[in-house]
Design a protein around this ligand. Structure first.
Ligand code: SF4
Ligand code: SF4
Length: 190
């Protein structure tokens, strides 16, 4: 029997609780704010406010993300309750089951863990970075290697793995519409 919308929303929440990629700096660098929201936001969101070319944002990872949203029942930014990624849209359209969506999130998290481990190994640093922070560190490393005109096979392979992971994120979690209207990445925003 088809579930009513409330049942479907509860099922979607279960997917989000297992995920958090739109809050934790896996998908996006910043989350967009509506005009006039500044001044009405939770304290730490106000502190991470930024404006880029007349568009207002708060920076990600969100301070309130701690495995899952820690202020779920409190007032948040409009984007927090309105954002729906491609995975949720696919789930709503019946293109993926809840079980498979949660499994996809689990596998994606596992790959992200492996990328972080590999970054730590080849950089010799033990710092724990988000995926988008890894991309920034990788970009710096590539520039540094270009200047020295030296090639490093392990960094090249790592960059290729990050590109593949980014493509999978785009395919499964981002949509063109979300990307343009609701969120920003540093490449677009700066
Ligand atoms: S990326 Fe999608 S599934 Fe994951 S928390 Fe955000 S809206 Fe939910
Ligand atoms: S307040 Fe909650 S839902 Fe909004 S970005 Fe932060 S962790 Fe995510």
């Amino acid at each position: 029997m088809e579930k009513n919308r409330t049942g479907a929303l509860i099922d979607e929440q279960q997917i989000c609780i297992s995920c958090g990629f739109c809050c934790d700096n896996t998908l996006f660098d910043n989350a967009v704010l509506q005009p006039g929201e500044k001044g009405t936001l939770p304290e730490k969101m106000e502190e991470s406010y930024i404006k880029i070319k007349n568009q207002e944002y708060f920076k990600l990872p969100c301070f309130y993300f701690n495995g899952k949203c820690s202020i779920y029942n409190q007032k948040k930014a409009h984007i927090c309750s309105s954002f729906r990624c491609q995975l949720l849209k696919n789930f709503e359209a019946g293109k993926i089951t809840q079980k498979d969506a949660i499994e996809l999130v689990r596998q994606t998290k596992q790959t992200r863990v492996e990328l972080l481990k590999e970054y730590q190994q080849i950089s010799g640093k033990s710092e724990v970075l988000t995926f988008r922070e890894i991309l920034v560190a990788l970009g710096k490393k590539q520039k540094e290697l270009e200047k020295k005109a030296s090639l490093s096979m392990e960094w090249e392979i790592f960059a290729a793995k990050c590109n593949i992971f980014e493509s999978l994120l785009i395919k499964h979690f981002k949509s063109e519409e979300d990307f343009d209207k609701m969120m920003s990445t540093s490449e677009k925003g700066k």
